[in-house]
Design a protein around this ligand. Structure first.
Ligand code: FEO
Length: 400
């Protein structure tokens, strides 16, 4: 049975939730699920905006059929070719052989890469600023390359002031029936997963997100329809402000994110003492064991905080594997302009601090706080002064 909801009088959400997916893109845990959004417009012509992942194809096709109400499908607009949205394009074309695909030339190329389809005469290629009318509605197309793949574009409905934003403004988390952001306290309940989605999926492409935001700023927008997460019809400004911060690598809070990798607890002990000292000085601290918390959560928190403390034991003459993974993720996601302190541990030939510092030096705007603090097996009384000095230095930066 279909499960749809009206977005406007003539626009219907025909997407679906996926609560059985363990890892989005095979790497980002989604304990609260994820939604794949698709929208069906009933105008003089019928227009479907994107398809869905194969995991929910059955519900999706029931939804499309119900929303069409017996009409044929005239157009499919493809904003993004990543298979969480485009996997079911081929199946859609088989079910609706008269549909014309509206897309840009980069999407056309990817259609050829993902599928073996004869699309001759079935494509309407558009570029920046082109318009298309479905009857009452007129659309313009806004290219948004690298938000999150090179072919990504957005569509603006000039009639009802709706912006279809592809991955932008998406969130992790199933919709659970609540398709509008104002049907829950999004900023309290969903912001953390929205941040984790943004930072891990498009965090690397802040400059390109900024370019897209500048284009969107010229539009009068009443509804924002992303490909994941809820539709925005009110209160969007607060979420947009977060996007401005995230895409410019501006911290949301002057605070410290401590992440440590500790095999037998000695490095953790040093991190705990530092955390306590920071808290005594009025600094907000969050703390993660890299062997327990997946990197996507720590990357997200690192985007939120102004300061990072990374503490790792030395392992196989290198950085402990879970910390090495975290640093790889921080560098891959291009986290800029953070102030970072480093602690290392090693019972002999400690090298993790030097290696962490070298890896993080690749990030523009990184400022290291003092020298690496080095522990030999376990923190000793004589080193408490060094931890105190580090806490003082960090607190001075944060508290001014
Ligand atoms: Fe939701 Fe980049 O796909």
């Amino acid at each position: 049975m279909y499960c749809t909801r009206k977005v406007t009088e003539d626009l219907t959400w025909v997407g679906a939730d996926d609560r059985r997916l363990a890892c989005f893109e095979g790497v980002y845990g989604v304990p609260d699920g994820v939604s794949y959004n698709s929208y069906l417009l009933q105008d003089e012509k019928t227009v479907l905006f994107d398809t869905v992942d194969k995991a929910v194809y059955q519900t999706f096709f029931e939804n499309v059929k119900a929303a069409l109400g017996g009409r044929k499908l005239d157009y499919l607009v493809i904003h993004h070719m990543e298979p969480d949205h485009a996997y079911t394009v081929e199946a859609l074309l088989l079910r609706y052989p008269e549909v014309t695909i509206i897309c840009n030339s980069k999407v056309e190329a990817m259609l050829g890469q993902f599928f073996d389809l004869d699309l001759a005469g079935r494509l309407q290629i558009v570029k920046e600023g082109d318009t298309f009318s479905s009857g009452r509605h007129t659309f313009t197309f806004v290219m948004a390359p690298m938000v999150h793949w090179p072919e990504v574009m957005m569509t603006y409905d000039t009639t009802d002031k709706i912006l279809f934003t592809a991955d932008a403004f998406g969130t992790f988390g199933a919709l659970n029936g609540r398709i509008f952001a104002d049907e829950r306290d999004f900023m309290a309940e969903d912001l953390a997963e929205a941040r984790r989605y943004y930072t891990n999926i498009v965090g690397k492409y802040g400059l390109q997100v900024q370019n897209a935001l500048k284009k969107a700023a010229k539009l009068e927008i009443s509804l924002v329809c992303p490909l994941h997460g809820p539709v925005w019809r009110k209160g969007f400004g607060a979420f947009l402000e977060k996007y401005q911060l995230w895409s410019t690598y501006t911290p949301e809070e002057k605070a410290v994110c401590i992440a440590y990798a500790s095999v037998y607890g000695h490095t953790e002990n040093a991190a705990n003492i530092l955390a306590a000292k920071l808290c005594e000085k009025g600094v907000h601290v969050t703390m993660f064991d890299t062997s327990v918390t997946p990197s996507s959560y720590i990357v997200s928190e690192a985007f939120r905080c102004s300061h990072l403390v990374l503490a790792s034991t030395t392992y196989n003459a290198g950085i402990f594997v879970t910390m090495e993974n975290l640093i790889h993720e921080l560098v891959s996601h291009n986290l800029l302009n953070r102030h970072i302190a480093i602690l290392e541990n090693g019972s002999w030939a400690a090298s993790s601090g030097k290696l962490m510092r070298e890896a993080l030096s690749a990030l523009k705007g990184t400022e290291f706080i003092g020298e690496n603090l080095s522990i030999k097996s376990a923190l000793k009384e004589g080193q408490l002064a060094q931890l105190e000095a580090l806490a003082e230095a960090i607190a001075a930066e944060i508290n001014g």
